[in-house]
Design a binder for this molecule. Structure first.
Ligand code: NAP
Length: 438
């Protein structure tokens, strides 16, 4: 029987994992499919990586475009990362009648529409399970398991690096800088961690979740994005005192056709399942109109978890190709990306978002300050739910922690700007959004 032939672009962390998983499971894959899956070629610039994996030199090339052009290859697995040449190579592969599997969320968030349209035109598939949640099969879940329902809200812990840092800060009472160094030592954060800790990676993933959950196209620039670099250990401790855990959440809600899409540090009730997701784990909590709430949990990155998602896409696409060989009419519809259903998202401006807030002021320790702050908040339609004022120390300012009732972001920002402008607090007030009813 003719095998299914795969061509692998990039043999770094995830590409290396795919090679290992393919070797470990190739007999099982052949039994599942009825034909072998053959690794027909690998494109990699750093040849010591392919040598370390024991790949024979005849299998390896530095010329990714030449590998994509080889007529016998059925499925191209793009694991190079970045925008170019990944985008052009994927388009070339689709034009040449090959299917594609990728883990490249940054590329799909920015250029996904064009890629999926090209796949649709070519009648080919683009599998992208590995692009969100690593080993957590959230793309399949939204596309298939939840497809009959209307989704109302998605809350994702989708960046394991940030979750590891916030968990470390919480469990070991350390500041961001030390927790980041721990993450780097554990191989969970890049030397330049900006994409993760500034929230951009989570925003890329949110764009893909929004497309699948709500049928809307959204660009990363339309997602309000705030990272975790300003979170202090004290904020995490006060959050706990108020009954909350600190998480970087990617949040999307369908508010009567207007899409709320935001990534920011969020306080979630300690009793909520998302609060107990620690370390480098990911979880996606989805609220469906008919189903109610479900949560999907697992390792969101790393070579083997992500490789399993890549391999699942390879198997699914291989089945489609085999069905086509047997004469079945298979049109892939871009591997379930809702290309026909999609419309541009009508994004709700961040200023209109309503939620509860945690506020931290460093206030001079003298009478009347608390009253003055409360009065500015009141004038801006922000009512206070509770206050924690820490005891007097030697310092001239003391932390005042407030939790508000639901308020509009526009009002909150205006009030905090006035409080700061009028010099009521030592440093700029800090605020963190609370999701109480998720
Ligand atoms: N790492 C994770 O946990 C994870 C999880 C989910 C998704 N992903 C996604 O998976 C993709 C791959 O990530 P990764 O962590 O495996 O990255 P990586 O370790 O940097 O691997 C990429 C590999 O591709 C090689 N490469 C780059 N350009 C090339 C070209 N033109 N021709 C041939 N080889 C080329 C790189 O070689 P050089 O180093 O010499 O450039 C490197 O070995 C990315 O899109 C990433 O966002 C990663």
């Amino acid at each position: 029987m003719e095998p299914i032939r795969i061509g692998l672009l990039g043999c770094g962390t995830i590409g290396g994992g795919v090679v290992k998983l393919w070797r470990r499971n190739r007999q099982m894959l052949a039994r599942k499919l009825g034909v072998p899956v053959e690794l027909a070629g690998v494109a990699e610039l750093e040849l010591k990586r392919t040598r370390a994996l024991g790949l024979s030199a005849s299998l390896v090339t530095r010329e990714a475009a030449a590998l994509v052009a080889r007529p016998e290859i059925d499925i191209v697995i793009e694991l190079l990362g970045g925008y170019e040449p990944a985008r052009s190579l994927i388009l070339k592969a689709l034009e040449a009648g090959k299917d594609v599997v990728t883990a490249n969320k940054a590329l799909l968030a920015e250029h996904g529409e064009a890629i999926f349209q090209a796949a649709d035109r070519a009648g080919r598939s683009v599998g992208f399970e590995a692009s969100v949640g690593g080993g957590v099969p959230i793309i399949r879940t939204l596309r298939e398991g939840l497809a009959g329902d209307r989704q109302r809200a998605v809350y994702g812990i989708v960046n394991g690096t940030c979750n590891f840092i916030l968990s470390t800060m919480s469990e070991h009472d350390v500041e961001f800088r030390d927790a980041l160094a721990d993450a780097q030592r554990a191989g969970l954060a890049e030397a330049n961690p900006a994409l993760d800790v500034e929230g951009h990676d989570a925003a890329h993933k949110l764009c893909l979740l929004v497309a699948l959950a709500f049928g809307c196209t959204l660009k990363p620039a339309q997602v309000y994005t705030e990272g975790i670099t300003r979170i202090t250990q004290a904020d995490i401790a006060y959050a706990r005192e108020l009954g909350f855990a600190m998480k970087l959440l990617a949040i999307a809600k369908d508010d009567d056709g207007r899409i709320e899409a935001r990534v920011h540090p969020t306080m979630v009730p300690l009793g909520h399942p998302l609060a107990s997701v620690g370390g480098a784990f990911n979880a996606i909590y989805i609220h469906g109109e008919a189903l109610g709430s479900t949560m999907y949990f697992g390792l969101g990155a790393g070579e083997m978890p992500t490789a399993t998602a890549v391999m699942a896409d390879v198997l699914q696409i291989a089945r489609e190709r085999l069905a086509a060989r047997e004469g079945a009419i298979v049109r892939a519809h871009a591997q379930g990306y809702p290309i026909r259903w999609l419309k541009p998202a009508r994004v709700k401006p961040m200023q209109d978002v309503v939620c509860e807030y945690y506020l931290r002021f460093m206030a001079p320790d003298k009478p009347g300050v608390l009253g003055a702050i409360a009065s500015v908040l009141g004038r801006n339609a922000i009512s206070i739910a509770s206050v924690i004022q820490k005891g007097r120390g030697a310092e001239r300012t003391v932390p005042v922690i407030m939790r508000t009732h639901e308020a509009r972001e526009r009002n909150l920002k205006r009030a905090l700007a006035e409080i700061h402008r009028r010099g009521m607090t030592g440093t700029a007030p800090a605020f963190i959004r609370i999701e109480e009813r998720l």
